[in-house]
Write a protein that binds this ligand. Structure first.
Ligand code: EN5
Length: 388
């Protein structure tokens, strides 16, 4: 019943169940050369055309923003929908060496009206010790009125073609839904920062023995970080943070091999986009690093609130301090910046801190996938990639 995915170089679902001990790692499709790749874009209905979206063009990024705020990912009960901001999209899609052609749109012919979108950025992804050139695929979205037209498969094939013509054959992506075939299945956890608002919008319930006053007390946090020497990440920290990050990520079975330029791009703080901090000790040495990103959601049917302000754990490198102390300071900083909730996945070592810091399990999953790369499935604790 996967008409499209059955035609694609992804493992069959059954391979997950049989859990063979020895899974041969490597490409699923026979090796091709760039010359063999189709040179022309895939066909679209007559009324539609391909566009390479210029993320720095205000009109086009606004079209992308509108498409996503109105049509992108919702929770299971359609109470919330992701509201990625324009500065966030620019940040996520333009690391050094990004390829404009991989920001693929489908527009109504002759009009600046987007009805479909998918993106890729280049990355070196390490899978069980092997570094592989991959595209990180994200923001696949089809306008609600155009669903059932089978546009998503064409978007996926077209971005694949554009990656292939640059000599790229593998990709990594995540989704809330189960497709053939996840390499890992992660779970969202949530930590209330403004429990009263979260109840008002239906994000959580007070439940047993927890009224408004008790909830406010339970989730109260100090105003300032507790670790001495916490300060925002600066450009001068790039080299040392790059080293800390790569030394740390090597412990996982799936991680991105960041370049220094990626560290500079992805961790330079930007209000309402990305918050990054280092711990600098008394000797002036940077010992730890942590970061979280801002991804609000539209509250879809509430008279009082229109936005949920959510912070998401990004890359966290404990070193001189414990993961618990670092997560606690992330909660404190997120609260001081008026976030309503702090979200994190059960990947890396995050599970260690959830109970003590009063995170609760969410109703959403995040499935991790590789395209055209066969490899053994892994548990969330082996996953070292956070896709935004
Ligand atoms: C991009 N390549 O389902 C793909 N979010 O748990 C992105 N639930 O917010 C795919 N349903 O559990 C993203 N509150 C997939 C995720 C899509 C969005 C999604 C979930 C993640 C979520 C909330 C709200 C549920 C509303 C009803 C949730 C409970 C929190 C509570 C806090 C206090 C302690 C107990 C739990």
């Amino acid at each position: 019943s996967h008409r499209f995915w059955d035609t694609q170089p992804v493992p069959k679902m059954s391979t997950l169940i049989t859990k063979e001990e020895k899974v041969e790692q490597g490409p699923i499709d026979p090796i091709k050369t760039v010359e063999e790749v189709r040179q022309t874009p895939y066909n679209l209905p007559d009324s539609l055309e391909w566009v390479s979206v210029d993320i720095f063009d205000d009109e086009w990024i606004n079209e992308v923003y509108m498409l996503l705020t109105e049509n992108y990912v919702e929770d299971d009960d359609s109470l919330f929908r992701f509201d990625y901001s324009i500065p966030f999209l620019r940040w996520a899609l333009t690391p050094e060496g990004y390829i404009r052609d991989w920001h693929v749109g489908v527009a109504v012919k002759g009009k600046k009206k987007l009805v479909g979108f998918i993106t890729g950025i280049p990355a070196i992804v390490n899978v069980y010790g092997s570094p592989i050139r991959m595209a990180e695929i994200n923001f696949l979205c089809v306008f609600k009125k155009y669903r059932a037209n089978r546009l998503a498969p064409v978007l996926i094939k077209e971005v694949t073609r554009r990656v292939n013509i640059t000599g790229g054959w593998q990709a990594v992506y995540t989704a809330g839904v189960v497709l053939p075939t996840p390499i890992a299945q992660a779970r969202y956890y949530h930590r209330s920062l403004d429990p009263v608002k979260l109840v008002e919008i239906g994000f959580t319930r007070f439940g047993h023995n927890l009224n408004k006053a008790r909830a406010q007390k339970l989730y109260r946090l100090p105003e300032n970080p507790l670790i001495p020497g916490v300060r925002p990440f600066q450009d001068k920290d790039v080299t040392v943070v790059h080293r800390l990050l790569m030394d740390y990520l090597q412990r996982f079975s799936l991680y991105i091999e960041f370049a220094e330029s990626d560290v500079r791009h992805f961790f330079a703080p930007q209000e309402d986009v990305i918050y990054s901090y280092v711990v600098e000790n008394e000797a002036g040495v940077v010992t730890d690093f942590f970061s979280f990103y801002s991804l609000p959601s539209s509250v879809l049917k509430n008279p009082k609130h229109k936005k949920l302000r959510a912070a998401y754990a990004y890359y966290v490198i404990p070193n001189a301090h414990s993961l618990l102390d670092i997560f606690k300071d992330m909660l404190i900083l997120a609260k001081s910046k008026q976030f309503d909730v702090f979200n994190a996945l059960d990947i890396m070592d995050n599970m260690e801190v959830f109970k003590e810091l009063k995170f609760g399990i969410g109703d959403g999953n995040l499935q991790y996938y590789l395209y055209n790369w066969r490899s053994r499935p892994m548990v969330p604790a082996q996953v070292g990639i956070v896709l935004v």
